[in-house]
Every structure is written in structure tokens, then in C-alpha cells.
Design a protein around this ligand. Structure first.
Ligand SMILES: Cc1ncc(COP(=O)(O)O)c(C=O)c1O
Length: 488
């Protein structure tokens, strides 16, 4: 990688290469940076604290369906809906109308004072979608806020049950639950935690994530692997004192920090049974994997493991409004309603009526247009084409995923699975290259998948309403970008 491209240190989400004007030269990073600079279409100073302070990203001036248009006229296929958010694509008329209608009714109410039809409707839709297992929804404005609420509710639940000694959380390495301090504290991604470590909670410990590509032994079955991970969790409960643990926190399907890894068979049930044995709660983070991303509205239904607390966000509002939610199992609700009767936590924009209206409309579209069926029908096509087109590439170590959430892990050496060093910023370079007009695709880059520092992954998370032709476009463009950066 040419050394004259400055690259950022790890930021909150992705390592992005800077896009300073470059002297003419060859090399993939140089081309990528130059292209991103071109698509930016502005050299004006900016007051925005961008992810990269010295180089703003391309500016989007319009969006329709799967396509984003930059200020320089480049059409980009949005194969990731930003950070796995825009699950209906862009500019959906039904959602836009619902937002306007809500603005005409009431734009904001403070939820402890007043409720609204839209927040009631959304909470009812969410709880019904779990078959009533989760009996209440606490609606917030982001995934991180949903996690903060989950951690606090877990703690309050035990205080009300008369077990105030339970203060500990067990989470997983290479996990991500958000960037607010509480959420970052249960996140196991070393690079994202690094500089904030002195500010993070000390009541959290970490166990290995399920990661078959690197963690499963030769000849080991998924069930045996899950059992081994269960033994590790059991040992951690014993180490910190089983009666001191509030909850085990896990993404039902790992997001960007591990790169779209589905849980191995029996993994979730094994983990839940250990939590149950010790009277601790299971918190499943479905901020990325939930609300349809894996082909069912809730990812846990595919493994028949019901959490005590569940977070959702991205696909809930599809990016039309910032919204997330904490879903609470009826057993947890019971303890609170028979106890103090109130959750000691609230936020100004909780249950925001316009956000709820948008989310209701998004969920209506998902249901009315049969989008879960579409995801389930096209997921095998996406998988097959990805494997055919990219599986044989010398640097594609592993392709995994479920539904419309796929990760392509890139390695320097396939037989030894040696990752590229983080300093190469390979995934970020692939992302920047994809934005060039001749490629025209937005891919989601992740770093640190191998060990929290090294290891690159490219994630795909297209809209639920794409067609088979769109799948072909995504695979072909993704493959061309990978080949463009790493060679054929
Ligand atoms: C699994 C998971 N949890 C939590 C979050 C945090 O959500 P937000 O960025 O909306 O705060 C994310 C965001 O990427 C996520 O993927």
C-alpha cells in the first residue's frame, strides 16, 4: 500500500482512508482515494466533524430505490443501506407519506406526559411479532440507546428481585453494541475500545464469540463447538461468581466487528441454558441482525431461543427516522410491574411520534410487500453467486451469512488464514474503490475481525425489496472491486 495516503486511526465505525489530492501514481489505495475525492465534488472547507476530519466523504444529492447519486453525478448501488439500515431502499412513498401525516397530527410529545397512536401502534406491532413473548417495547432513537436501556433494565430487574449483588455482565470478544460508554463497555472490539478503556465499566468480562472459520477445530461438529463455547461461558460465570451476573450479552448474529457470522447450531440454546441455570438474563442484540435482516423479523426465532431482553434498531425505521427499541420479556415486565412499577430511565425523545410513524409504515411495507419471503427466496441466490464468483479468489478466506447479511473475509494467505495487517486498511480501500464511477457500489468495510485488530471483512446488506437482477449486479460489482484492489 503506498505510504503517502494518510489513513485515520480506528474511528467509531470504519477505518476510512483520507482523500487528499494525490500526485499522479499507480496503486489501488491511491486510485481509491483519488476517486473518492472526485466523487466528493467539493473542495470547500466544511464545519462538519466528519469521520475523517481532513477529507469529507462524497456528497449525496439524491437517492431513489437502490441508487445514490453524488454531487458529481456518480450513481452508486447502495448494497449495504449505509450501515445495514435502509432495508426498503430510498425514497419510499408510503413511508414518506406516513411521516408527513404524523407531522400534520402532532410532531412531538414528551412520553411521560402523553402517549400517541403511533407509539402505541408500533409497540403493539413489535410485541405481537414476538407472539407476545416480549410484552413491552421501550422506544428510543438508536441502537446504542436501546443497549443502554437493556443494561439498566437488567440491573433494575435484579434490584427489584432482591438480588442487588448482581452487577456483572458477560459479553463476547469482537462484538459491538454501540458507541455510548455503557454500550462500548460491553463491546469486545479491541480497536474501538482502546483509547476509551480507562472510562469503561469494569464489571464486564468477555468470552470467545462463535467464529467457525477461525474457532472451530478440524472435524468438530457445530454442536460440539457450541458445547465448547458453552463450557467457556460456564467457566466465566464460575470465575466472577454465578450469583453476581446480571446478563450474558450477545448479537444473535454477529454484525460488522466479526462480519456476519450466524450462530452455530445449538449455540444460542446452550448459552441460554447456562444463563437460566444461574438465574441470569440473556440479552440478544438484534440492532443489525433483527427486523428482517436475516430473513425473519426476529433472528432468534430461527434458533427458537427467546431472549429476556432484545434490542432492535436499524431495520426498524429503515433510515427514514432514527429509531431503536428495547423489547422486554413478559417475565421481566412482571417483576417490575409487581415491584416499583416504573423503569428508572427515560429520554426526551423516547417514543418519538414521527419516528414511530415512520417505523410503523416501514413494517407495513415489509409485511404487505412480502419482503421476508423475498429475502428468504433470494438469500440462497446471493449466497450461490457470491461463492461462484468470489469463493475461488486467492484472498477470499471465508464467505458467510444468512438472509441479506453476508460477510466476505479477506486474508493475505488462504491456507494459513493469515489476515492482512490493520495498517493496510484493506477493507476501507475496497469501500473507497467501490465508490469510483467505474464500479459504482457502496460496500460496508469492517476491520479487526480476526482478533479485534487485524482482519478485513466486506459486508453486504442490501434492501429487502431487491430483485434477482439486483443480486446479480451486487455480486458482479463486488467481485470487480475486490479484483480491482487485490488482483484477479
Ligand atoms: C449489533 C449492534 N448493536 C448496536 C449498534 C449501535 O447502534 P447505533 O449506531 O444506532 O447506536 C450497532 C451499530 O452498528 C450494531 O451493529
Amino acid at each position: 500500500m503506498p505510504g503517502d495516503i494518510e489513513t485515520m486511526t480506528t474511528n467509531g465505525h470504519h477505518d476510512m482512508p483520507t482523500t487528499k489530492p494525490l500526485p499522479p501514481q499507480t496503486g489501488t489505495t491511491a486510485q481509491a482515494a483519488a476517486a473518492a475525492h472526485q466523487t466528493n465534488g467539493t473542495t470547500k472547507p466544511t464545519s462538519v466533524l466528519h469521520a475523517n476530519l481532513n477529507s469529507p466523504p462524497p456528497k449525496i444529492v439524491s437517492a431513489q430505490g437502490n441508487y445514490l447519486t453524488t454531487s458529481t453525478g456518480t450513481q452508486i448501488f447502495d448494497a449495504t443501506g449505509g450501515a445495514a439500515v435502509s432495508c426498503l431502499g430510498h425514497n419510499h412513498p408510503h413511508v414518506k407519506k406516513a411521516i408527513i401525516d404524523q407531522l400534520d397530527t402532532v410532531e412531538y410529545t414528551y412520553s411521560p406526559f402523553f402517549t400517541t397512536d403511533t407509539s402505541e401502534k408500533l409497540a403493539e406491532r413489535l410485541t405481537k411479532s414476538t407472539d407476545g413473548q416480549m410484552s413491552k417495547a421501550f422506544i428510543v432513537s438508536s441502537g446504542s440507546e436501546a443497549i443502554e436501556a437493556a443494561l439498566k433494565l437488567a440491573r433494575q430487574y435484579f434490584v427489584e428481585k432482591g438480588e442487588p449483588q448482581r452487577t456483572r455482565f458477560i459479553a463476547r470478544e469482537q462484538s459491538y453494541h454501540g458507541n455510548t460508554l455503557g454500550a462500548l463497555g460491553v463491546g469486545g472490539h479491541k480497536a474501538r475500545r482502546k483509547i476509551y478503556e480507562p472510562l469503561l465499566n469494569e464489571n464486564v468480562s468477555f468470552v470467545s464469540p462463535p467464529y467457525p472459520y477461525r474457532g472451530m477445530r478440524d472435524g468438530e461438529s457445530e454442536e460440539a463447538y457450541a458445547q465448547r463455547l458453552g463450557e467457556e461461558l460456564e467457566a466465566e460465570f464460575q470465575r466472577v461468581g454465578p450469583g453476581n451476573v446480571c446478563a450474558f450479552v450477545a448479537e444473535t448474529m454477529s454484525g460488522l466487528t466479526l462480519g456476519a457470522v450466524p450462530p452455530p447450531k445449538t449455540y444460542l440454546s446452550t448459552m441460554k441454558s447456562i444463563c437460566t441455570k444461574h438465574g441470569a438474563l440473556l440479552i440478544l442484540d438484534e440492532v443489525m441482525s433483527g427486523m428482517g435482516r436475516t430473513g425473519t423479523l426476529h433472528a432468534w426465532t430461527q434458533d427458537s431461543v427467546v431472549p429476556h431482553l432484545q434490542t432492535v434498531a436499524k431495520g426498524l425505521g429503515a433510515g427514514y427516522q432514527p429509531i431503536g427499541a428495547l423489547l422486554v420479556h413478559r417475565d421481566v415486565v412482571d417483576v417490575l410491574s409487581k415491584g416499583t412499577g416504573s423503569f428508572v430511565h427515560s429520554q426526551t425523545y423516547q417514543g418519538h411520534p414521527v419516528a414511530c410513524a415512520a417505523a410503523c409504515a416501514v413494517q407495513e411495507v415489509v409485511e404487505r410487500e412480502g419482503l421476508m419471503e423475498n429475502v428468504r427466496a433470494l438469500a440462497p441466490v446471493l449466497e450461490k453467486l457470491l461463492r461462484e464468483r468470489l469463493g475461488g479468489h486467492k484472498n477470499v478466506g471465508n464467505i458467510r451469512g444468512r438472509g441479506f447479511m453476508w460477510g466476505i473475509e479477506l486474508v493475505a494467505d488462504k491456507p494459513t488464514k493469515t489476515p492482512f495487517p490493520a495498517s493496510k486498511k484493506l477493507a476501507a480501500t475496497i469501500h473507497a474503490t467501490g465508490l469510483r464511477p467505474e464500479y459504482g457500489i457502496s460496500l460496508l468495510p469492517g476491520g479487526g475481525v480476526a482478533d479485534g485488530i487485524d482482519g478485513d471483512v466486506i459486508m453486504l446488506a442490501p434492501a429487502y425489496n431487491i430483485t434477482r437482477e439486483d443480486v446479480e449486479v451486487i455480486v458482479e460489482r463486488t467481485a470487480r472491486v475486490v479484483e480491482g484492489v487485490l488482483g484477479g
